[in-house]
Design a protein around this ligand. Structure first.
Ligand SMILES: Cc1cc2nc3c(=O)[nH]c(=O)nc-3n(C[C@H](O)[C@H](O)[C@H](O)COP(=O)(O)O)c2cc1C
Length: 199
């Protein structure tokens, strides 16, 4: 399938078929794909939690506003977290990244406000999010990116230390009658002319 075909067919799934589970091979492939997500200076200020355990998934579903049923029925929930403790980031940076990237961080990022540095971390998470939902579609999996979560309660339920929840993705197989699939609910987007310009 071409990337354009993927972009036209993927959609934010609203109802999942709870009887269909994702194979372990596909889960391993998703883990490898997300590991390969790009990030500014290869910073990788993240951890991705792949949750299949029904008890934990149900507990998180209850602290996910209007997303409760999706999370219960989807086979997998992936929680995208960013580093919250700058010391963890700097240790990771020094242990793993090239001198050029370390120099860039020291010169351009390190002296910013802590809030700005964390916002920069969060920007990287959203790159991984786009990468990941496209990857799901390429593996014939349906997915829903979700910001509608009680993020602080996610952090507590998952016992996160030094990391904070940013966004999560439900992954699985759509209910065949899901009202939101593009064949029943065509995609709404601004026109190419409005949002792109050939110069
Ligand atoms: C960062 C982000 C957060 C979103 N949060 C939710 C959410 O909490 N629940 C939900 O059902 N859809 C959520 N969506 C889905 C969007 O509403 C959806 O992507 C948008 O309406 C475009 O529709 P499409 O993805 O079906 O093409 C989110 C999407 C993104 C990218």
């Amino acid at each position: 399938m071409s990337f354009l075909d993927l972009a036209q067919s993927r959609y934010a799934t609203k109802n999942y078929d709870s009887t269909k589970k994702i194979s372990q091979d596909k889960i391993e492939e998703l883990r490898e794909i997300i590991r390969l997500s790009p990030s500014s200076i290869n910073s990788q200020p993240w951890k991705f939690l792949f949750i299949e355990d029904e008890e934990i998934k149900s507990k998180l579903a209850e602290i996910s506003f209007h997303n409760t049923q999706k999370i219960k029925d989807a086979s997998l929930l992936v929680v995208f977290t960013r580093i919250d403790d700058i010391k963890i980031f700097e240790k990771q940076l020094h242990e793993n990244l090239s001198q050029g990237h370390i120099d860039y961080y020291n010169q351009k990022i390190k002296d910013k406000d802590e809030a700005e540095i964390k916002a920069w971390f969060e920007n990287q998470i959203y790159i991984a999010l786009g990468f990941f939902i496209s990857a799901c579609s390429s593996l014939d999996l349906d997915s829903t990116p979700m910001e509608g979560l009680e993020k602080e309660n996610y952090d507590k339920s998952l016992n996160l230390e030094g990391y904070k929840t940013v966004v999560a993705v439900a992954v699985g197989y759509k209910d065949k009658d899901d009202f939101n699939q593009p064949s029943l609910n065509p995609k709404l987007r601004l026109s190419k002319e409005e949002i792109t310009k050939l110069i």
